[in-house]
Structure formats: C-alpha cells, structure tokens
Design a protein around this ligand. Structure first.
Ligand SMILES: *Cc1c(COP(=O)(O)O)cnc(C)c1O
Length: 357
C-alpha cells in the first residue's frame, strides 16, 4: 500500500530548550482507517485533532492500544535511527490480538515510521534528548453494544522528549503495592492497552502523596512475587545472578528488559527469569546479599532503585545509591542509542532519506 503524503503548509520550526515528556509533537502524523475488513488510505498529513462520534466504542469500553519507542540522532554523522523497532511492531500486533483489534502489516508499519520520521527529521533532537514515537489504535465504530468494533483508526504521532536524567541520576524510592493489583493471569497485563494504565493511576497517586516516586506491583494471586512497575520492568542484582520476573500474560515484555538481558549475558552474568519473592528481596536487602535494584524501560533506560517500602517500613538497597552494574548497563544502552557503539549494531535501524518528500 502506498502512503500518500500531504505536507503541512505551515510547519512550526523545532523548539529548543527543555522538551519535557509527551508535550510537543511534530507538524505531521501518520493515519489510516480500518473499514469493511481492511486498512484503507494510509497517509501522512498535518498533525491535528480528528473528529470522533460521542458514541465511538473507544470512548466507552477502552478498546485502545499503543506503543512507545524512540529515535535518536547520531552525533557523528547526523543520521537518525530507531532502537529495535521490529520488537515494538511485533508487540503492537500482540496487543492487537488480545484487544480484538485488526493487526497492522509489519512492512507498512515500518515504512510509515521511516517516512514520518524522515519528513520531520529536523525534529529529532541530539543526545541525550530523543524523538518519542507513539503508535496508537482506537476503535471508532458508533454504538454502545459491548462488542469488538468494526472500525478503527491507526495513527502515529512523534515528538521530541528530554532526557529522564536531566537533574542527574536520582535513585527511585518505590512503594511495594499491597492493596491494589495491576494484572491477573488471563487478563491484559501483557498488552499495552489504555485500561491497564488508567487502573494504575489511583495507587500511583496515593504512593506519590506518601512521598514515593512510583510503585512495584506484586502478583495478583498471592501478592508474594514482584512483577513490574507499570511502565518499567524491574531487576534484582546479586553476586551470582540478575533476577527479574518471567514474561507471561501478567507483565509487559519490555524491549529494554530484553536488551538488558542480552547485555548481561554478553558480560557473562547469570540472567535469571524467575518470580522474585518480595519477602526474600527485603531479607536480602537487609543482609546485604541484594547488591543493586534497577528499573528499565524506554523512558528511563536503566535507573537505580534506592528504597523499597514494604509492610510499613522503608528498606534501603545497598546504601541507597547507584550500583556499578546499573551504571554500566545504562552507559552501554545510552551508548548504543547515541550511535557509534560497537555493541549490537543490529539493534539500530537507520531511518532512510526519501526523495521528493
Ligand atoms: C512499556 C512498558 C514497559 C517497558 O517496556 P519497554 O519496551 O522497555 O519500553 C514495562 N511495563 C509496562 C507496563 C509498559 O507499558
């Protein structure tokens, strides 16, 4: 399918200064509609609002999915690349299946990303800033019947974001969530679907009101095992292993988590995907066996955890500062993102320059 391009007649120039997160968008977006059993009219057009009927299904039953990925500018040759976009494209279609939505052809998806980023190439900031990419699908059929929609919109919006580490690296203070749960077996925890995030707002707000940065989710069945953080995965560093929860249907299979696992195995570490028992973690934090804890995800790359609150007390992890492996992993990953690293060049997809756009 050919992608039709309508350029914005009045494109803004890229801003400078602090981009924040998810506040700024480029002059163009990709868009296509699903109707009568097929995707139609793939196009790039000026960024802007679209109309939705007040009875569109997404507004009532949340049939919605999204992705989050980044493109970076290579300081050496000014080229632009994405980090492992094939992983996000595949995960988007996994989310699609769970939410009863039509998949997007992987080649068309990849071409839409390339073309859109190329058109707004001037908006890809230099390191440590990046271009955030938000592919989204919503259900648009009009009608209040609780039933999968027949119609959808798939769109991609992009915009510059600042580095998570602007004020320096501050180890996270996390509260282990003992009342609410994020995801149960058979549920939608492995899908990037809006409802998972709206359900987490209240517990996160409560934890932040109590002075914590974020929460750690436990398994819904026994409330005994650490699952993830709700936008980041979490890993526990011991002398003889680095442990994280196995992927399955309750946690989001992070691209950063996967990349960290590969880098650790490259370095000869023992990467263990087994449910981390919260009681054991707290005990090991006190005995000193637990050397480091870090969170990982597209937004924060790899970020240290200094404190975990559980059963009424704050538990410090190895003095509360950043550990050496956390630092090493963050530097390895940000080095790959910046371009020019010898590690895993196959993880970078260079955005081609198209003629005549
Ligand atoms: C996106 C996300 C992550 C991190 O995934 P990355 O691909 O590394 O960005 C972790 N948990 C949840 C719930 C997420 O939505």
């Amino acid at each position: 399918m050919d992608i039709k391009v309508t350029l914005n007649p009045n494109p803004q120039t890229p801003p400078t200064g602090d981009f924040g997160f998810g506040q700024l968008f480029t002059p163009h977006m990709f868009l296509m509609e699903y109707h009568d059993g097929q995707w139609e009219n793939p196009r790039i057009q000026p960024y802007g609002p679209f109309e939705l009927d007040p009875a569109a299904k997404v507004l009532h039953y949340g049939q919605e999915i999204f992705e989050g990925m980044k493109a970076y500018r290579n300081a050496a040759d000014d080229s632009v690349h994405m980090f492992r976009p094939d992983k996000n494209i595949a995960r988007f279609n996994i989310s699609c299946e769970r939410m009863c939505m039509p998949p997007v052809d992987e080649k068309l998806f990849a071409r839409a990303l390339d073309l859109l980023i190329d058109i707004d190439r001037a908006w890809v900031p230099s390191s440590p800033n990046a271009l955030y990419i938000r592919p989204t699908m919503i259900s648009t059929q009009v009608g209040l019947g609780v039933k999968a929609s027949t119609d959808y919109i798939f769109y991609i919006i992009i915009g510059p974001v600042g580095s998570y580490f602007k004020g320096g690296v501050n180890p996270l203070r996390l509260r282990v969530e003992e009342k609410y749960v994020r995801s149960a077996h058979g549920g939608t925890g492995f899908a990037k679907t809006g409802g998972n995030y709206s359900a987490s707002l209240l517990p996160i707000q409560k934890a932040q009101a109590a002075g914590y940065d974020n929460i750690v989710w436990l398994d819904a069945k026994e409330m005994k095992f650490v699952e993830e953080m709700g936008a980041m995965n979490i890993c526990f560093v011991y002398d003889d292993k680095v442990q994280t929860a196995p992927t399955g249907d309750t946690i989001l299979n992070g691209v950063t988590r996967d990349s960290v696992g590969v880098l650790l195995r490259d370095l000869g570490h023992n990467w263990v995907e087994e449910p981390p028992a919260i009681d054991q973690i707290i005990e090991d934090a006190h005995s000193g066996k637990l050397k480091e804890v870090f969170a990982c995800g597209t937004a924060a790359v790899v970020t240290p955890v200094g404190v975990m609150h559980y059963k009424g007390a704050d538990h410090k992890i190895a003095g509360g500062g950043e550990g050496p492996l956390t630092l090493q992993l963050r530097e390895a990953l940000t080095g790959i993102h910046a371009g020019g690293s010898e590690l895993h060049p196959e993880w970078l997809h260079v955005v081609p320059t198209f003629e005549n756009v």
